[in-house]
Design a protein around this ligand. Sequence first.
Ligand code: F6P
Length: 343
Amino acid sequence: MRVGVLTGGGDCPGLNAAIRAVVRRAIHYNYRVAGIHNGWAGLLGEGSLEPMGLRSVSGILHLGGTILGTSRTNPLKKEEHLQQVITNIKRHAMDAVVAIGGDDTLSVASRLFDLGIAAVGVPKTMDNDVSGTDYTIGFNSAVSIVADALDKLHTTASAHHRVLVVEVMGRDAGWVAVVGGLAGGADFILVPEVPTDIGAVCRHLERRRQLGKDFSIIVIAEGAVLPGIEVISELGERDAFGHIRLDKRNIGEIVAREIERRTGFETRVTVLGHLQRGGSPSVFDRVLATRLGVAAVDLIKDGKFGCMPGLAGNRIVPVKLADALAKPKTVDLELYELAQLFY
Ligand code: F6P
């Protein structure tokens, strides 16, 4: 048996831990492993691959990024590319492929499975918006970074009696904003799932001042929706999966300016950006990535293709990719409401 492994989409901490787990479990079963470079791009053209063994994954458990490289290449865009991917999987004698990625990467694996390729997935994304798993690889590390940033921003906001608007990632789901904000004591959280009136935000800030709280931290997801607030809607080219660059939406800056205009409170903005995807994985992500990577190879061994392992409570369970991809996992509104208790 020869297993191909790739990482696709945006990187996040924990990818190397997952690669290591896949390789180690495959070696345990006497499978050979091919590392595919740069996501699905590594299966276009002639293909770009490397044989992987124990030494390739030694000393990488704690490293951020991905030793295989990644890309947002989408071979589903052109039939010719999809065929190249299939041809390369066969030409490089891969009996099965493990795709470590978010919904975009997993959607390619799912399509390949429909076309007869023995593909399995491993759910990763700092956004935590893949269904079928309680948590995805990268999310815990990202929210730890957000919480740490909020701790630091509290001291400067307090010293200057300012409002600090902290923009975090989160295209369609507010997981990072809600969990990071809850952990870091945010005074207001804005997410894509719940359109929020800017007037309500300002009234809340004014109420806080009346109560003697002379600084506030607002966490806003890059995809947050505020009716009546104009954001740039034409944001240039879309990526291969049709996504616009939400960082260019500038929502943090726009909201900060509006708060200042309406309340007169001095307001500053911090955009955490790619810091949320950098550095070493948290303990939780190392363990999750290890469990999911091992389980993905077990799915191959058991012939459960077209599936990914997911975390359900504290158990790892097989989930059909088609089910995981049927709809994104939006933020838990109970958590969102819980955070409001502390505003
Ligand atoms: O896919 C996860 C994500 O981190 C989103 O939250 C964010 O909008 C996007 O990636 C940023 O992508 P890039 O690194 O390609 O700019």
